[in-house]
Design a protein around this ligand. Structure first.
Ligand SMILES: Cc1ncc(COP(=O)(O)O)c(C=O)c1O
Length: 407
């Protein structure tokens, strides 16, 4: 255990790096300056080794620095670092599209960069799809209560986040909350409903009851957009969370774990019906009007392909199933703790809602070698899929100790 007193003083009093969702006035560079990652562990500049209990915000899948992914990245960087996807392609992106479609019920893959850029692409795809179908009035969206889909304008508009709405409403498109108005799906001006399948991670690992999705199915016309950016790639137990819901989405957004958690890459998978609506003679200008500089980047795609290899080679989903079966038992000391109000979990995505001050608890956990980040009063445990029972048990033991000492 490393205490703050043992850490060296900050390097310089002023950091020029402005961090996302971080109050910089209180940021202490003595902790959380990460210099190395191996397996489930991160090492900070002061030499402390911490368990990455949030998979670096739900990105890391097989652990940090996995040699198979590292080699794939290095090999590809030496062959072709980047070439635009605007009117061109590369074999890595083509193969990844092929393999992602084979894993899902979808037919084509459109690549973007971060999760939010996949959401933006999906929203625009829905609008342009309806224009192609002769229903240009379908420009509005429907979202679920407590939803979160990212920080860009369209993604914020379909997120039920009060802090976004209060600050940025002037740049929102119109989106209706499904829970307030389930009839909205029958309206003829709605392009799509966007939802997180099974679990709303940013809302504090809220489990969404399967019944809430039941009413979204046909015969409604709006497209179904499944946001698998947090839940995709095995985190909830199945490769994709929507598989458990008997829903057939028209568009599926992927991000975060798609590259194994190594490089910025995201994708929108679409059905043939959507794709076909964009086909025309070149003069008709029906091509999709969206694209990012690094879409289909071959190095990121090589990482993603290597990550998919590892799912097979390391039997990742079978390992997750074993951990999943053990999780209730492993979490039991927290579930029973008097300072724990609720434990919510789907697969390896868990939220532990506590009554003690959550930020201080997270700081104390860091000092005990456990890196997590609270969402309000909910402390997250979303470990890399390669984690062991012992690592999760150690996280729980440290957490119980911190809670026992919390005033
Ligand atoms: C469900 C969901 N959608 C979209 C996003 C946005 O992804 P990114 O941060 O990569 O833009 C997130 C990020 O946490 C997410 O949890």
């Amino acid at each position: 255990m490393v205490t703050r007193a043992e850490l060296p003083p900050p390097v310089g009093s002023r950091l020029r790096h402005w961090l996302p969702f971080t109050q910089m006035s209180g940021f202490d560079v003595r902790t959380r300056t990460f210099v190395r990652g191996r397996g489930t562990m991160l090492t900070d500049a002061a030499g402390a080794h911490v368990f990455d209990a949030i998979s670096s915000v739900w990105t890391t899948i097989h652990g940090h620095g996995h040699p198979h992914i590292v080699e794939a990245i290095a090999r590809q960087a030496a062959v072709l670092d980047h070439a635009t996807a605007l009117g061109a392609t590369n074999p890595l992106a083509d193969e990844l599209a092929e393999r992602l479609c084979a894993l899902t019920s979808l037919d084509v893959a459109f690549f973007a960069s971060d999760g939010a850029s996949a959401i933006e692409a999906a929203l625009k795809m829905a609008i342009q799809y309806w224009q192609a179908c002769g229903e240009p009035q379908r420009v509005k969206f429907v979202h679920l209560r407590d939803s979160y889909h990212g920080d860009t304008a369209g993604a914020m508009a379909v997120s039920d986040i009060a802090a976004f709405r209060a600050r940025f409403a002037p740049i929102f498109v119109e989106s209706v909350c499904y829970d307030d108005a389930p009839d909205a799906l029958a309206r003829d001006d709605v392009a799509a409903i966007v939802f997180e399948p099974r679990l709303q991670a940013a809302a504090g690992m809220r489990i969404v009851a399967a019944e809430r999705y039941a009413g979204m199915r046909a015969p409604h016309r709006p497209l179904l957009i499944a946001d698998e950016i947090a839940t995709g790639f095995g985190r909830t137990g199945t490769m994709f969370a929507y598989e458990a819901l008997a829903l057939a989405p028209d568009l599926v957004c992927l991000g975060k774990g798609i590259s194994g958690g190594t490089l910025a890459l995201s994708a929108v998978l679409a059905t043939q019906r959507i794709y076909d609506a964009f086909l025309s003679a070149p003069e008709a200008n029906r091509q999709f009007f969206h694209g990012h500089s690094y879409a289909g980047n071959p190095i990121a795609c090589a990482a993603a392909l290597a990550s998919l290899d590892l799912f097979a080679a390391e039997h990742t989903l079978a390992h997750v199933a074993e951990l999943d079966a053990a999780m209730d038992g492993l979490l039991a000391p927290l579930t029973a703790h008097p300072r724990v109000a609720d434990v919510r979990r789907a697969g390896l995505m868990a939220g532990i809602e506590i009554t003690a001050p959550a930020r201080r608890v997270a700081d104390d956990l860091y000092a005990r070698g456990q890196f997590t980040r609270p969402i309000g009063q909910t402390v997250q445990l979303v470990p890399p899929l390669s984690s062991t029972r012992e690592e999760i048990a150690a996280f729980v033991a440290a957490f119980v100790d911190v809670l026992d000492r919390a005033g």
